[in-house]
Design a protein around this ligand. Structure first.
Ligand code: NAD
Length: 259
């Protein structure tokens, strides 16, 4: 896909990995709707982008992705404002083992819902132009994590859903490619939640092990994850792929062929 002038909607765009995604998309000439729960940080982020890029190319939409009506409105506003939708990045996520239902709701249910709403607008059979959807998972979606069982389950769910719906997209000629991106530890505010009792609950006592793991695996910069995103968007041959990003670089996870 040539990215110039394409319209993208990014959830969890106010900070961290989502913000790096927005920057990379703007660099490529896209127009971007920044969707995030945190209105203060979201507006500050748009203001910062406005100093570097034409303010007409970004739109901040305050929205809790776990609110179905608000999420639908975010898509409607994006399309009303920019005219269409080519790229959807379901990236908003939390680490909350204490209120774990929240983690399933935001990391998995809202990603599924976002994908379905996006497909309604993008599918060729509905008169859309096709496009690409990227769902942010994690390495915790490929392997078990002793201190984050629900986060890990939510991300396994994102990978299973995305690979499956990507097969449906091919079988039914949606014209939409759907892939996941799985980073290791990334230098964003979510990392600090691993050391907070109110987020880790039962698993707070693992804090020293978590520190050791971060040291062992290393902490990546959000710009590297954005590099992976651009690869997934620009290469039209990629569908149903699981991109892993670690200090070893950007690689694809290999699965055994389907039985
Ligand atoms: P972050 O906490 O810095 O950013 C997450 C953003 O999502 C925030 O701006 C937050 O306001 C927003 N958000 C949270 N709940 C929301 C909701 N209900 N509705 C709308 N927006 C909401 O974290 P990040 O590291 O940038 O995380 C982005 C994604 O990457 C998440 O899905 C996370 O699970 C995943 N991830 C992060 C890491 C890491 O180490 N940082 C590693 C692998 C995967």
């Amino acid at each position: 896909m040539h990215l110039k002038d394409k319209v993208a909607l990014v959830t969890g765009a106010a900070q961290g990995i989502g913000q790096a995604f927005v920057e990379a998309l703007l660099e490529k000439g896209c127009k971007v709707a920044l969707v995030d729960l945190n209105a203060d940080v979201g507006k500050a982020s748009k203001d910062a982008f406005d100093k570097q890029y034409d303010p007409q190319r970004t739109l901040f939409i305050p929205c809790d992705v776990s609110n179905e009506e608000k999420l639908k409105d975010a898509f409607k506003n994006t399309i009303q404002h920019f005219g269409n939708l080519d790229i959807l990045i379901n990236n908003a996520g939390v680490n909350d083992e204490k209120n774990w239902e929240n983690t399933v709701q935001i990391n998995l249910i809202s990603v599924i819902r976002g994908t379905y709403i996006g497909l309604e607008y993008m599918k060729i059979e509905n008169g859309g132009n096709g496009g690409a959807i990227i769902n942010t998972a994690s390495l915790a979606g490929l392997w078990p994590v002793a201190y984050q069982p629900v986060y890990s389950a939510s991300k396994h769910g994102v990978i299973g859903f995305t690979r499956s719906v990507a097969m449906a997209a091919t079988a039914k000629n949606y014209g939409v490619r759907i892939n996941t991106i799985c980073p290791g530890f990334v230098n964003t505010p979510i990392l600090q939640t691993a050391f907070k009792e109110e987020k880790m609950g039962l698993y707070y006592s693992f804090k020293e092990e978590i520190k050791d793991k971060m040291q062992f695996y290393g902490i990546l910069e959000p710009s590297l994850i954005a590099e992976g995103l651009i690869k997934l968007l620009e290469d039209d041959s990629l569908n149903g792929e699981v991109m892993k990003i670690t200090k070893q670089g950007i690689n694809f996870h290999e699965y055994c062929p389907l039985p």
